[in-house]
Design a protein around this ligand. Structure first.
Ligand SMILES: Cc1cc2nc3c(=O)[nH]c(=O)nc-3n(C[C@H](O)[C@H](O)[C@H](O)COP(=O)(O)OP(=O)(O)OC[C@H]3O[C@@H](n4cnc5c(N)ncnc54)[C@H](O)[C@@H]3O)c2cc1C
Length: 389
């Protein structure tokens, strides 16, 4: 089989890239391990995505935003960073005269469903779902992908969107810096006694990080980051004990907590690919950059990478150019490195600062927080960056 573009991975990044090529007249083959029904109606995975204004605008342009149920969108007005039990909070809020919110919170499964709806009937798109990739080979004029059932597909351009442990990236020979953090993030929705006022809080203790993401009504997504062995014990608690544990670990800031539904567990690992492109291939989404979720930017960056690559490929196709030209792929790589590099580095620095339990770091932490709070242009700048990306 011959096609113009092969995309491996039908997550948010892969689907956004495919949608970004709609109307370009390029033929696309999308390979996704999950069955098509699971893409059309994705299961809840517990993730609440904090969308930036830019991501919301991109989702509108792609035609995905309007298919998200209105009740599934919760505004995020402010984010506060707390140092353990200290009453001091570093606040990030939109500047004066700006829009009244930092972003919007939408569950990942709603976003995935909306993205699928935009591409399900896209002309010139072939689906290979419920199947994986057995082999990837580069040749002079493109890439050949062999599916698990032995069929072979060739194309001048291959786009890897198959998540942070991307097998396609490895098959292309692109190395990545992978850091397993020995911690697990637990996600559980909980009802609580007090209003959250649409303020998210992130509280860094020495043995745990607790984020509260405000959803509709008096409900929040509780995000607990714990050493992996402890996380397993907390995840296994029966409902009443789990609710009591959430109340205790959140210092009852929103009153008594009542766990709603199951706990989702994600062992934490970050990934930085040394290159985002190779001859006849590009990496997008988590396959390029697997961010630590603490700054809530993986989805936003993935969407940005998909939009940036799709714009370059569309333009080349429209002008009769080479859609896999080395100069095109270099431009994509440079643009995405510029977008992702500072955020990735800043996120790593935050994680280091807040997980370093050595006495020196413990002393430095409150001082750094207070210093950051005094530098209000810095704070406003960070809020702007968070909103823009
Ligand atoms: C707990 C948690 C909370 C998060 N919160 C936020 C947040 O608030 N804001 C934010 O911006 N980001 C957040 N993120 C990050 C965000 O969820 C990811 O960045 C985003 O899902 C990445 O999209 P993707 O399409 O690159 O990869 P994925 O969503 O992982 O999709 C990859 C797809 O590829 C398929 N696949 C994998 N391997 C193969 C293969 N070999 N062959 C075929 N198909 C394959 C998979 O089945 C999957 O469908 C969070 C992440 C976690 C873990």
């Amino acid at each position: 089989m011959q096609t113009d573009v092969i995309v491996v991975g039908g997550g948010p990044a892969g689907l956004a890239f495919v949608r970004g090529l709609a109307g370009s007249d390029l033929s696309i083959t999308l390979i996704e391990r999950q069955p098509r029904a699971a893409l059309a109606d994705p299961a809840d995975d517990g993730r609440e995505i904090a969308l930036t204004h830019r991501s919301e605008a991109t989702l509108r342009e792609l035609g995905a935003w309007d298919t998200i149920p209105a009740g599934a969108v919760a505004p995020l007005r402010e984010a506060r960073v707390l140092d353990g039990r200290s009453p001091f909070a570093l606040s990030f809020a939109p500047g004066k005269g700006s829009t009244d919110r930092l972003g919007q919170l939408v569950a990942n499964h709603h976003l995935r469903r909306a993205m699928f709806a935009t591409v399900q009937d896209q002309p010139r798109l072939s689906w290979e779902t419920g199947i994986g990739v057995a082999q990837v080979r580069r040749h002079g004029r493109g890439v050949a992908v062999t599916l698990d059932d032995g069929r072979r597909i060739t194309a001048p351009l291959l786009v890897a969107a198959d998540a942070r442990f991307s097998a396609t990236r490895a098959a292309l020979g692109i190395p990545a810096r992978v850091q397993h953090l020995g911690r697990t993030m637990l996600l559980v929705r909980a009802a609580h006694a007090r209003d959250h006022d649409h303020v998210a809080t992130e509280s860094f203790g020495y043995d745990q990080t607790v984020a509260l993401l405000p959803l509709a009504g008096r409900v929040s997504s509780v995000v607990l980051t714990l050493p992996t062995d402890l996380a397993a014990r907390v995840a296994a608690l029966p409902p009443a004990a789990l609710s009591a544990e959430l109340t205790r670990r959140t210092d009852a800031r929103l009153g008594a907590m009542e766990a709603l539904g199951r706990v989702y567990a994600y062992p934490l690992a970050t990934v930085w690919s040394t290159h985002f492109a190779a001859p006849h291939a590009a990496l997008i989404g988590d396959a390029a950059v697997g961010m630590h979720p603490v700054t809530a930017h993986g989805f936003n960056l993935g969407l940005r990478s998909a939009a940036s690559l799709a714009a370059l490929v569309r333009k080349a196709a429209a002008t009769g150019g080479d859609i896999a030209a080395p100069s095109l792929l270099r431009r994509y790589e440079a643009a995405h490195r510029l977008a992702a590099g500072p955020l990735f580095a800043a996120t790593e620095a935050i994680v280091r600062l807040y997980t370093d339990a050595r006495p020196g770091a413990r002393i430095a932490r409150p001082a750094l927080l207070h210093a950051a709070a005094r530098l209000s242009p810095v704070r406003a700048g960070i809020a702007q960056v968070l909103m823009r990306h």
